[in-house]
Design a binder for this molecule. Structure first.
Ligand SMILES: *[C@@H]1O[C@H](CO)[C@@H](O)[C@H](O)[C@H]1NC(C)=O
Ligand SMILES: *[C@@H]1O[C@H](CO)[C@@H](O)[C@H](O)[C@H]1NC(C)=O
Ligand SMILES: *[C@@H]1O[C@H](CO)[C@@H](O)[C@H](O)[C@H]1NC(C)=O
Ligand SMILES: *[C@@H]1O[C@H](CO)[C@@H](O)[C@H](O)[C@H]1NC(C)=O
Ligand SMILES: *[C@@H]1O[C@H](CO)[C@@H](O)[C@H](O)[C@H]1NC(C)=O
Ligand SMILES: *[C@@H]1O[C@H](CO)[C@@H](O)[C@H](O)[C@H]1NC(C)=O
Ligand SMILES: *[C@@H]1O[C@H](CO)[C@@H](O)[C@H](O)[C@H]1NC(C)=O
Ligand SMILES: *[C@@H]1O[C@H](CO)[C@@H](O)[C@H](O)[C@H]1NC(C)=O
Ligand SMILES: *[C@@H]1O[C@H](CO)[C@@H](O)[C@H](O)[C@H]1NC(C)=O
Ligand SMILES: *[C@@H]1O[C@H](CO)[C@@H](O)[C@H](O)[C@H]1NC(C)=O
Ligand SMILES: *[C@@H]1O[C@H](CO)[C@@H](O)[C@H](O)[C@H]1NC(C)=O
Length: 862
C-alpha cells in the first residue's frame, strides 16, 4: 500500500512500528482542552470571550502561518482585520532577535547555566523580552530544554542550558518569567527528545547522503522521560510558559508534532499546559492527525517551506466543516493561543513588526517570497537600551576558572602580554559576516544556526586586553597579538619573551542545516578546532606562564595538555555574546572574582560519556532508531555510576578566594499527604457556530497575495477547495478512537493545572548549611545540594538545589534551601505517578558534584 500523508503519521506509525518490532507510541485521545485553572483564569476568560466572537475562518487564521517569507517574522499567523488584530509574529532566537538589527547579541544559554544565578537568568529574560517586544515580536522562540544534553557533542546544546534537568529547569523558568514579564510570549522548545542534529529531518539527511524517508526516532522509556527529559518542561509550565514547540524528531516512531502521547497525555494532560503547541519549521506532517494529537499552531504554515499549500489554513476550515475535526478542538487551539496572548499582556504592549527577517535593506517587499508590496520594511529601531550591562555581567559571572596555579588574576605589571590564537581576534568577514554565524572565524561568541542573533558589535578579547594593558599599565607594558593559527613560528617568538601568554582556542557547533568544516551541526569530534592544540603546545613550549582561554559550546578533550606545568591557568568562557572581551578582562584582572561553575562534565575521553551520536542510518531507508538505553544516566550521572574520573567534574569552578562548608542541618517540614488526582474534566466547550461552507468563501474583491495561506475556500465544494489527494478517505481509517470525543474525561493521577499534581511541589525537608569565605577577597560561591535517592537503578546522586551567593572576605552565611516531594520521588510506571521509595535517601552539600564535604541521611517522608 502506498501511504498517504494521513495514514503515514496517524495510523501507520503504530502498525509499521509493530510490524518491525520498533518502539511504539501508544495513542492518547482526545486532546485535553484548556480549562483556565490557576494563574490562567483571567487570560482564559478573556480568550474565551474573544474567540466566541470569531468566525470559523478567523479562528483558523490564528492557527496557521501565512507561509514562509510571506511576512516580517520567521513565522507569522493570519490576523483578524475585522477586530483590528494583525497576525502574530514568531521570531528566533533563544539568545536575542535573529535576522534583525540594532538588537543585542546575548550570551548563550550554556553561559547562563554556568552562572548558576537565577537573578541573572531572569534579567537576561527581561532584556531579551524587551527587545522582542519593541521590534513587534509576539513570541520569542526560546528558551531551550531540548536538546538537554544526552550527547556532549550535540550541535545545539549551547542554545539550552545544561544536561542536568534541575539546573536547566530552573533556568528555563527564570528565562520564561523574564521574557513574559516584558510582555512577550516565551516558547519552551524543542518538545521532546530532540537530542541530536543528525537525521532530525529526512530531507536534510538527503543533503549529506542518507536516503531516509523519516526522521530519527528517539526511543525513550516512560521513567527516563519523566525523570530526565520532561523535567525542565514541568518547570516551564509551572512558570506559565505561553507556548511550546514540538520537535522534528520522532518519539517512539511517532513525530514530535503528531505524537498524542507526548502532546495530549504528557504535556496537556499530566502537566496541565494551558498555552499552545506550535510546530517547528517543517515539523508539521499531517492535517487532521496533528490537530487531534494536540498541535495548535502550524509554523510557518506551508506543507514544505515555500510551498503554496498548507496542512491547515483552508484544509483546517474544511476539516471542521466536514466534521472530521470537532469544532471544540479548533476552538481550543484558538483559546490557547489567545490565552497566552492575554496572559503576558500582549493587548497592552503590542506594536506591529518594524523589521523584516529577509533583508536588511530599509525598503523591500513585505511579501518577500513573492516580491509583492514594496514598502519601508526596516525601521531600524534601536532596542538595545542598557542591555550591554547585563550581557557583560553574565559573561563575567559565567566564566569558569578550571585551573589556577598562580596565573590569575593578572596584575597590570606584566611587562609583555602575548595574545595568541585566532579565537582572540576579529572575524575578517565581520562579526556578522557568515550567515547565521555559520563559520568559525575569529573569536567565537555564539554557535551557528537559527539560535543566533546579529551582533551590534563584538568586543574581542584582543581588543579588550589591549585596552586594559594600555589603560592600566602605566606605559610600562607591551602587548602583542598573533591571531593566525598557522603562524606558529611567530607565536613561538612572541611567547618566548612574554611575561604571560594568553592563548585563545575554540570549538564550535550549531544547527543541522549548516555544515561548517564537515560538522553537520553536531560536532564530528571533541577536540579543539583550527589547530588549537598546536597553538597551546607552541605557547607552553616557550612560555612558563601560559593561560588557556576556551570558547566552546560544551566540553572538549583537554587531557593532552591541561596538566602541563607551564599552564598556570585555564579558563572556560563559553559563548559569551557581544561583550566577550570586556567580560573576560574583568575576570582576568580580578575586578570580578570568578564564581562560574561548569554546567557539564569534562571527561578524559568521549567514550566516558556513553553512547555516541547516531551518525549512520541503522534502519535501512526508515527512521534511524536512537534507543535511549542509558536511561537517565547522562553526563555526571554516567561518570558517577561507572566510577570514571572526569578531568573537571560537573559543578566545578575555582575562585580567587576559598570557601568552607560546615554545620549541615536537616529538618522535616509538615506537609499534607500526597494524593493522586481523581475526577473528570468538564465537557469541551464549543464557542460559537462553525457556519456553512458558503460563509467561508474568499470574500470578493480581496487582493490575494500569491501563495499566501488564507483560511478561506475557493468554492462550496469542500473536496475541490481542499485539493487533498486523499480527500474523503473513510474517517475510521484515520481518526483514532476517542479523538473527537468532547465529553468529560478521566484526570491522570499525576496531573494538575500547573506542571502536575500540586502535591509534588510541596516542601518536605529543609536543609541548612554554613558557608565561610576563608580567603582574603570577597567572592561568589555556588552551594549545591545533591540527593541520593537510594534505589539500585538510581544515579549515585542528583542535583536538586543550588544558589549563587556573595560572601565577603572572612565572612560566613547560612544557606537554606528546601526539597520538594518531586525532588525525592521516582516515576512509577505502574501507577503512572510519582512515588517516594522506601530506600534510604541521603543529602550532600558542597561546591561541585564531587566536592561534597557535608552529608546526612534524610528522614523518611511520604
Ligand atoms: C515509548 O515506549 C516506551 C517503552 O514501551 C514507553 O515506556 C514510553 O512510554 C513510550 N513513550 C512514548 C512517548 O510513546
Ligand atoms: C464579543 O461580542 C460581544 C457581543 O457583541 C461584545 O460585548 C464583546 O465585547 C466582544 N468581545 C470581544 C473580545 O470582542
Ligand atoms: C487572515 O489573515 C490575513 C492576513 O492578515 C488577512 O488578510 C485575512 O483577511 C484574514 N482572514 C480573516 C478571515 O480574517
Ligand atoms: C530513496 O529511497 C526511496 C524509498 O525507498 C526510493 O524510492 C528512492 O529511489 C531512493 N532514492 C535514491 C536516490 O536512492
Ligand atoms: C491540503 O492538504 C493536502 C494534503 O497534505 C495538500 O496536498 C493540499 O495541497 C492542501 N490544500 C491546500 C488548499 O493547501
Ligand atoms: C572564514 O571561514 C570560512 C568558512 O569556514 C573559511 O573558508 C575562510 O577561510 C575563513 N576566512 C578567514 C579570513 O578566516
Ligand atoms: C575536529 O574537528 C575540527 C573542526 O572541524 C577540526 O578542525 C579538527 O582538526 C578535528 N580534529 C581532529 C583530531 O581531527
Ligand atoms: C619562568 O621563566 C622565567 C623567564 O624565563 C623565569 O625567570 C622564571 O623563573 C620561570 N618560572 C618558573 C616557575 O619556572
Ligand atoms: C616550560 O617553559 C619553558 C620556557 O619558559 C620551557 O623551557 C620548558 O620546556 C617548558 N616546559 C614544558 C613542559 O613545556
Ligand atoms: C484557489 O483559487 C486560486 C485563484 O484562482 C488558485 O490560485 C488556487 O490554486 C486555488 N486553490 C485550490 C486549492 O484549488
Ligand atoms: C475532511 O477534510 C480534510 C481536509 O481537507 C480531509 O483530509 C478529509 O479527508 C476530509 N474528510 C472527509 C470525511 O471528507
Amino acid at each position: 500500500m502506498k501511504l498517504g500523508w494521513l495514514e503515514a503519521t496517524v495510523l501507520t506509525a503504530a502498525t509499521v512500528a509493530n510490524a518491525k518490532d520498533l518502539a511504539y507510541s501508544p495513542p492518547y485521545y482526545p486532546s485535553p482542552w484548556a480549562t483556565g485553572e490557576g494563574e490562567w483564569a483571567e487570560a482564559y476568560r478573556r480568550a474565551v470571550d474573544f474567540v466566541s466572537n470569531l468566525t470559523l475562518a478567523e479562528k483558523v487564521n490564528l492557527t496557521t502561518g501565512a507561509g514562509w517569507e510571506q511576512e516580517h517574522c520567521v513565522g507569522e499567523t493570519g490576523g483578524i482585520p475585522r477586530l483590528g488584530m494583525w497576525g502574530m509574529c514568531m521570531q528566533d532566537s533563544p539568545l536575542g532577535i535573529r535576522d534583525s538589527d540594532y538588537n543585542s547579541g546575548f550570551p548563550a544559554g550554556v553561559n547562563v547555566a554556568a552562572t548558576w544565578d537565577k537573578r541573572l537568568a531572569y534579567q537576561r529574560g527581561v532584556a531579551m523580552g524587551e527587545e522582542h517586544r519593541d521590534k513587534g515580536v509576539d513570541v520569542q522562540l526560546g528558551p531551550v530544554a531540548g536538546p538537554l544534553g544526552k550527547y556532549p557533542d550535540s550541535g545545539r546544546v549551547w542554545e539550552g542550558f545544561s544536561p542536568d534537568p534541575v539546573l536547566t529547569g530552573v533556568m528555563m523558568a527564570e528565562t520564561i518569567k523574564g521574557i513574559q514579564d516584558a510582555g512577550v510570549i516565551a516558547c519552551a522548545k524543542h518538545f521532546i527528545g530532540n537530542e541530536q542534529e543528525h537525521f532530525r529531518q529526512a530531507g536534510e539527511a538527503q543533503g549529506y547522503g542518507y536516503n531516509i524517508t523519516e526522521s530519527v526516532s528517539s526511543n525513550i522509556d516512560d521513567k527516563t522521560m519523566h525523570e530526565l527529559y520532561l523535567w525542565p518542561f514541568v518547570d516551564s509550565v509551572r512558570a506559565g510558559v505561553g507556548s511550546v514547540m514540538c520537535s522534528y524528531n520522532q518519539i517512539n516512531n511517532s513525530y514530535g508534532c503528531s505524537n498524542s502521547y507526548t502532546l495530549n497525555k504528557l504535556l496537556k494532560g499530566e502537566l496541565g499546559f494551558q498555552g499552545f503547541v506550535m510546530s517547528d519549521w517543517g515539523a508539521h506532517h499531517s492535517g487532521v492527525g496533528d490537530a487531534l494529537a494536540g498541535m495548535d499552531m502550524s509554523m510557518p504554515g506551508d506543507v514544505v517551506l515555500g510551498s503554496p499549500y498548507s496542512f491547515w489554513g483552508t484544509n483546517l476550515t474544511v476539516s471542521v466543516l466536514n466534521s472530521t475535526i470537532p469544532e471544540w478542538r479548533l476552538d481550543d487551539m484558538a483559546v490557547r493561543i489567545m490565552a497566552a496572548y492575554y496572559k503576558v499582556g500582549r493587548d497592552r504592549v503590542r506594536t506591529p513588526p518594524n523589521f523584516s527577517s529577509w533583508t536588511r535593506d530599509e525598503y523591500g517587499f513585505e511579501h518577500y517570497i513573492v516580491s509583492e508590496n514594496y514598502v519601508k520594511l526596516n525601521q531600524r529601531v534601536n532596542v538595545q537600551r542598557d542591555h550591554a550591562n547585563v550581557i557583560r555581567k553574565i559573561g563575567s559571572d559565567s566564566t569558569v576558572l578550571l585551573k589556577n596555579n598562580g596565573g590569575l588574576p593578572l596584575t597590570h605589571q606584566e611587562r609583555l602580554v602575548a595574545v595568541l590564537g585566532e579565537d582572540a581576534g576579529s572575524n575578517a568577514y565581520g562579526a556578522n559576516g557568515c550567515s547565521d554565524r555559520g563559520c568559525d572565524n575569529g573569536t567565537l561568541a555564539m554557535g551557528w544556526g537559527s539560535g543566533t542573533a546579529n551582533f551590534p558589535y563584538l568586543i574581542t578579547p584582543e581588543q579588550a586586553i589591549q585596552n586594559e594593558v594600555l589603560n592600566y599599565g602605566n606605559g610600562q607594558t607591551n602587548v602583542f597579538a598573533v591571531t593566525d593559527n598557522g603562524a606558529l613560528d611567530q607565536m613561538a617568538s612572541v611567547a618566548s619573551t612574554a611575561s604571560v601568554a594568553l592563548v585563545f582556542v575554540n570549538a564550535d557547533s550549531g544547527e543541522g542545516y549548516i555544515n561548517v568544516d564537515g560538522n553537520m551541526g553536531d560536532r564530528k569530534n571533541m577536540t579543539l578546532w583550527k589547530n588549537g592544540e598546536e597553538v597551546i603546545k607552541t605557547a607552553t613550549a616557550n612560555c612558563n606562564n601560559t593561560i588557556v582561554i576556551m570558547h566552546t559550546p560544551g566540553s572538549v578533550l583537554v587531557g593532552d595538555w591541561y596538566d602541563n606545568e607551564n599552564i598556570t591557568a585555564i579558563v572556560w568562557a563559553g559563548l559569551p555574546g557581544q561583550e566577550s572581551g570586556r567580560s573576560l578582562v574583568d575576570v582576568l584582572y580580578g575586578r570580578i572574582n570568578p564564581g562560574g561553575k561548569t554546567p557539564f562534565t569534562w571527561g578524559k575521553e568521549r567514550k566516558d560519556y556513553g553512547a555516541a551520536i547516531l551518525t549512520v542510518a541503522n534502519n535501512g531507508n526508515g527512521a534511524p532508531q536512537d534507543d535511549f538505553t542509558e536511561g537517565n544516566l547522562i553526563d555526571y550521572r554516567r561518570f558517577d555510576k561507572d566510577d570514571v574520573e572526569p578531568i573537571f567534574e560537573f559543578g566545578f569552578g575555582l575562585s580567587y578566594t576559598k570557601f568552607e562548608f560546615s554545620d549541615l542541618k536537616v529538618k522535616e517540614l509538615s506537609a499534607d499527604k500526597y494524593s493522586a488526582t481523581t475526577g473528570k474534566t468538564k465537557h469541551a466547550p464549543v464557542l460559537g457556530k462553525a457556519g456553512k461552507a458558503s460563509d467561508n468563501l474568499f470574500p470578493s474583491g480581496i487582493n490575494r497575495v500569491r501563495q499566501y495561506l488564507y483560511p478561506w475556500l475557493n468554492s462550496t465544494n469542500l473536496k475541490d477547495s481542499a485539493a487533498d489527494p486523499h480527500y474523503g478517505m473513510d474517517a475510521k481509517d484515520y481518526i483514532p478512537d476517542g479523538a473527537t470525543d468532547g465529553t468529560p474525561q478521566e484526570l491522570l493521577p499525576a496531573s494538575g493545572p500547573s506542571g502536575g499534581n500540586a502535591g509534588l511541589f510541596e516542601d518536605l525537608i529543609q536543609v541548612t548549611a554554613t558557608i565561610t569565605n576563608t580567603g582574603s577577597v570577597a567572592g561568589d560561591e555556588v552551594p549545591q545540594l545533591y540527593v541520593s535517592l537510594g534505589g539500585e537503578d538510581d544515579p549515585v546522586r542528583v542535583l536538586r538545589a543550588f544558589d549563587r551567593v556573595t560572601i565577603g572576605a572572612g565572612q560566613e552565611i547560612q544557606w537554606t534551601t528546601t526539597l520538594t516531594r518531586r525532588d525525592l520521588s521516582n516515576w512509577d510506571v505502574a501507577s503512572q505517578n510519582w512515588v517516594i521509595s522506601s530506600a534510604q535517601k541521603k543529602v550532600y552539600v558542597g561546591n561541585s558534584s564531587r566536592k561534597l564535604p557535608l552529608s546526612a541521611d534524610l528522614p523518611s517522608v511520604q
